[in-house]
Design a protein around this ligand. Structure first.
Ligand code: ADP
Length: 549
């Protein structure tokens, strides 16, 4: 090896970046520091866009939403120990929502593990409850295979969060350039996600059975969720709904697969639709708390469920009348083909269709009457109506709406109108608050042609408000609207005299300004922030721990 010139050696950081780039990764979210700063720089030099956040939690939420919007795993890069722990928020959110994501964390030197090394943590153990697959690269030569495995696993079957552990000693090992190239190529050629279609073939008999049930139903309903949105099944769904005339109900993030304004939309008659339907075709949505577990009293006890899901375990868990395991887009394509041979369509005058449409119209006009009022000081409805109309005024592509908060999200779900697929991101399956800013950043980079509009409660916004600076740094087209009632659930109802006053702020650039700000602030004993402007050229990477980088 002594004859090899040093410039032909590449280290673990470069090999990680090369491997992800070869897998087609174009974005990475995260927070750099020891031992992954160089990894991020290498990724950037290979054309991967690195979005630097203030906290791994928000960056992780961004990675999870990016996975949902693009169908490719969102990447989160974190430092070891505390960085990894903060990142668990994003990883677990990806798991709960069934979105593809990969968290990559640096970890301490393998020879120092167990001796109290800098930011030491058994990260493989820590991520276990929150990931579907995890792997540690124990040697530089493992890196390309580990990268391909986490990418494959994140998107295979039910999507979810995966974890890649990169010990700092492995990041500093080297291989020759040709060796690196052949390792990356071999790993990439073994990748499943680039070649094998996702999911199994659904037997024809099952498709026939599903169509037969729908055909014979007196009160059929089609329910779809964010799994169908992830599968990009919008065209097949529209065809199914429009050829059969069956009313449909989207889940909150299923909204927009078909426009909320469609004449067969049953959202405004939700209780009637789910309470009275006799056959429900549920596509890419779990019968969990959001759908009342598919049980009485919300659903009729005799309803026959046909579940379409990529995940066999999900179908076994719910024990539906009929379960079709497969990709939503493919299953619906087959279903449409089967119907085409012997078409059926409920007339607009069909009692079930008429009952739903009548109820929906009644509820919509009741809501519109409330919305029409200009109530000041604002309730939740008045500003929501104004925002709805402004969003509807944006020409296609429609904005992506990000929504969180308790009242703000509930009211927004009913009032805001979704007309395009994957155009709504909210607290989701886990009811996660604090996702808003991360989702905004993910949406803006995943879909650069779209405006992003966040409608946030002040509490949800507050979880990650500092990421507003990230929006500004990258100049992203995001409008954040905060419904501010000054508190969680309800606002601060004290009288103005009881509230002791705002924050005092100082911007200081000279010794005298700093001395005077400190003197005032120390004696006032009130909430104060002193912003001390430092020369951007002062300071070194990683402070005094440069040897660890
Ligand atoms: P929602 O919150 O909209 O009700 P859920 O997250 O509960 O949706 O359910 C989504 C379901 O979609 C999950 O059970 C997941 O396994 C499933 N799913 C994910 N990808 C696909 C796909 N390509 N085809 C069919 N189902 C899918």
């Amino acid at each position: 090896n002594t004859q090899i010139a040093p410039e032909t050696l590449i280290d673990g950081n470069i090999l990680v970046a090369k491997s992800f780039a070869r897998c087609g990764v174009t974005h990475m979210f995260g927070v750099v520091g020891i031992p992954v700063t160089s990894l991020a720089n290498r990724a950037v030099s290979l054309g991967i866009r690195f979005l630097a956040f203030h906290n791994e939690q928000s960056a992780g939420y961004a990675a999870s939403a990016y996975g949902y919007l693009t169908g490719r795993p969102g990447l989160l890069l974190t430092v070891s120990g505390p960085g990894c722990v903060h990142g668990l928020a994003g990883l677990s959110n990806a798991m709960a929502n069934a979105w593809p994501m990969v968290m990559i964390s640096g970890s301490c030197d393998q020879k120092d593990a167990g001796r109290g090394d800098f930011q030491e943590l058994d990260q493989i153990e820590a991520v276990k409850p929150f990931s579907k697959f995890s792997v540690k690269a124990k040697d530089i030569k493992d890196i390309p295979n580990c990268v391909v495995q986490v990418i494959d696993q994140a998107v295979s079957g039910r999507p979810g969060g995966c974890y890649l552990d990169l010990p700092s000693d492995v990041l500093h090992q080297t291989v020759t350039e040709p060796e690196a190239e052949s390792l990356v190529t071999a790993a990439f050629n073994s990748s499943k996600s680039k070649s094998v279609a996702n999911g199994s073939e659904v037997p024809t008999s099952e498709i026939e059975g599903a169509v037969e049930l729908l055909r014979k139903a007196e009160r059929p309903l089609i329910v779809f969720g964010k799994g169908a949105a992830y599968a990009r099944a919008e065209n097949e769904l529209r065809k199914l709904v429009e050829t059969t005339g069956i009313p449909f109900l989207p889940t909150p993030m299923g909204k927009g697969l078909l426009p909320d304004t469609h004449e067969l939309a049953a959202s405004a008659a939700r209780s009637l639709a789910i309470g009275k339907c006799d056959v429900a075709l549920v596509v890419g949505a779990r019968l969990n708390w959001l759908l009342h577990f598919g049980e009485p009293p919300k659903w009729s006890k005799d309803v026959k469920f046909i579940l379409v899901d990529i995940c066999k375990d999900e179908i076994e868990l719910r024990k539906p009348h009929l379960g079709l395991v497969g990709d939503a887009k493919k299953v619906l394509e087959l279903t449409n083909k089967e119907i085409k041979d012997d078409p059926f369509c409920l007339a607009k005058t069909h009692p079930w269709v008429e009952a739903i449409s009548k109820k929906a119209k009644e509820n919509v006009s009741r809501m519109e009457a409330q919305l029409a009022k200009d109530v000041v000081p604002f309730n939740f409805l008045t500003p929501m109506r104004i925002i709805r109309d402004a969003i509807l005024g944006v020409s296609s592509p429609a904005p992506i709406v990000v929504s969180e908060g308790a009242n703000t999200m509930d009211v927004g779900r009913a009032v805001l109108i979704q007309t395009e697929p994957r155009s709504r991101l909210d607290a989701g399956t886990w009811g996660t608050m604090g996702v808003g800013l991360g989702y905004c950043i993910a949406a803006a980079v995943a879909e650069p042609d779209r405006l992003v509009v966040a409608v946030e409660g002040d509490s949800g916004f507050g979880f990650s408000a500092m990421e507003v600076e990230t929006l500004v740094r990258y100049q992203l087209p995001v409008v954040v609207i905060v419904f501010n009632n000054g508190g969680v659930y309800g606002g601060d109802r004290r009288s103005p005299e009881e509230i002791t006053g705002p924050l005092k702020g100082y911007l200081v650039e000279t010794p005298d300004e700093l001395k005077s700000a400190l003197a005032e602030a120390f004696s006032a004993r009130k909430p104060t922030v002193i912003n001390v402007v430092i020369d951007p050229y002062a300071g070194a990477e990683s402070g005094r721990l440069q040897h660890k980088n």
